[in-house]
Design a protein around this ligand. Structure first.
Ligand code: PMP
Length: 360
């Protein structure tokens, strides 16, 4: 392989080429230290500068108000399934969740290992192809502490257009559409996401916690308390310094490109083009209710599983990688994260048309 391919992986995934090249340039000598950024102390002045700038940029780009503390935490988004429930339900009470697919389901079962989370709407009967309209949602007189939602189901290819408002704080798993949309901060308690889609190499979650929830809970592990990490400015223990360093570069790149409003529009444009190609063909099919189709993970199928498999191998051979659907659901999936260029979407559509012609 002499050139970069079109990378539609769902995460870890494509990163901006300029970021990779900049990292390559400084790999053996970071900021005149004569060492790689991976070889220096996380408490050194030069790293602390990167770390603090990263937190500040993360906050600025997503317009998080000062009441929200940005945290860089290990354990990915999966750890946040537990950690959000541990912290927000430490004094008892129950939480609600909308089960929109595989990731919401995981958040639900994880929270229920340690606390009580009730599912108030489940998309299972419709095979997770739609989300509830506002009038379908009610919590009656139940005193739920918060509502957990999954902003975008990475495997199911379904995305909230507007987050539900039930008058209780939201905890949002924003993993796969992080930094492609605005967050209604005034209604949020916690917003979290793994960084390995739009932001950085895997190994971190970027979590915003409202100050009301930065409370010490002696009954849970110190490492599991949001307050521990907030007090230590996300340097309670040795963090994954390389991930933070790349995150810093990606955030700078995003800012140069025009920030969230740019990526919001860009992901809408990329996905609209791909959905139009799917809809205009009798060969490809997407089952999701049009108003909830994901702008970042476009799922589709050919007429058969055999053809799906053939599609993936032919696409790979043509330099289009990562198009296999998640192992739990099969089919095909193109992830259109921030660093994926329109040229890659165009190349995919050309390939789809050729494949269709060869297989009808
Ligand atoms: N939530 C969503 C929506 C995801 O897409 C993923 C990972 N693909 C996770 C949670 C779990 O993330 P992690 O692997 O960082 O634990």
């Amino acid at each position: 392989m002499t050139q970069r391919i079109h990378n539609f992986c769902a995460g870890p995934c494509t990163l901006p080429l300029s970021v990779l090249e900049a990292a390559q340039n400084e790999l053996t000598n970071f900021a005149g230290t004569g060492m790689s950024v991976m070889e220096i102390s996380h408490r050194s002045k030069v790293f602390m500068q990167v770390h603090e700038e990263t937190l500040a940029l993360a906050q600025e780009l997503i317009s998080a108000p000062p009441q929200f503390k940005p945290l860089l935490l290990q354990g990915g988004a999966s750890e946040q399934f537990a950690m959000s429930a541990q912290n927000l339900l430490a004094e008892g009470g129950e939480a609600a969740i909308i089960n929109s697919g595989i990731w919401a389901g995981k958040a639900l079962s994880e929270a229920n290992r340690i606390a009580t989370m009730r599912c108030i709407w489940d998309g299972k009967a419709k095979d997770y192809t739609t989300l509830p309209a506002a009038e379908e949602l009610s919590i009656g007189d139940k005193d739920y502490r918060y509502l957990h939602i999954t902003s975008n189901e990475t495997i199911g290819g379904i995305q909230w257009r507007e987050y539900p408002d039930l008058g209780i704080p939201l905890v949002i798993d924003a993993s796969s559409d992080y930094y492609t949309r605005d967050i209604p901060w005034e209604r949020c308690a916690v917003v979290y996401g793994g960084v390995q889609k739009n932001l950085a190499p895997s190994g971190l979650a970027l979590v915003f916690v409202h100050e009301n929830y930065l409370v010490d809970h002696p009954e849970i592990a110190k490492f599991s308390c949001y307050k521990t990490h907030a007090d230590a400015n996300s340097l309670y223990n040795t963090p994954p310094t390389w991930q933070i360093y790349i995150l810093n570069k990606v955030l700078h790149w995003m800012k140069e490109q025009g920030g969230i409003s740019h990526f919001n529009q860009f992901s809408a444009e990329k996905s609209a083009k791909l959905y139009a190609a799917i809809d205009s063909s009798d060969f490809y099919y997407n089952p999701i209710a049009p108003e909830y189709r994901s702008h970042t993970n476009v799922i589709f199928r050919t007429p058969s599983e055999e053809l799906d498999k053939a599609f993936v191998s032919a696409a790979d051979a043509a330099g289009l990688s990562g198009l296999k659907g998640h192992r739990s659901v099969g089919g095909l999936r193109a992830s259109l994260y921030n660093a994926l260029e329109m040229a890659s979407v165009d190349a995919l559509i050309d390939f789809m048309q050729q494949f269709e012609q060869q297989h009808v």
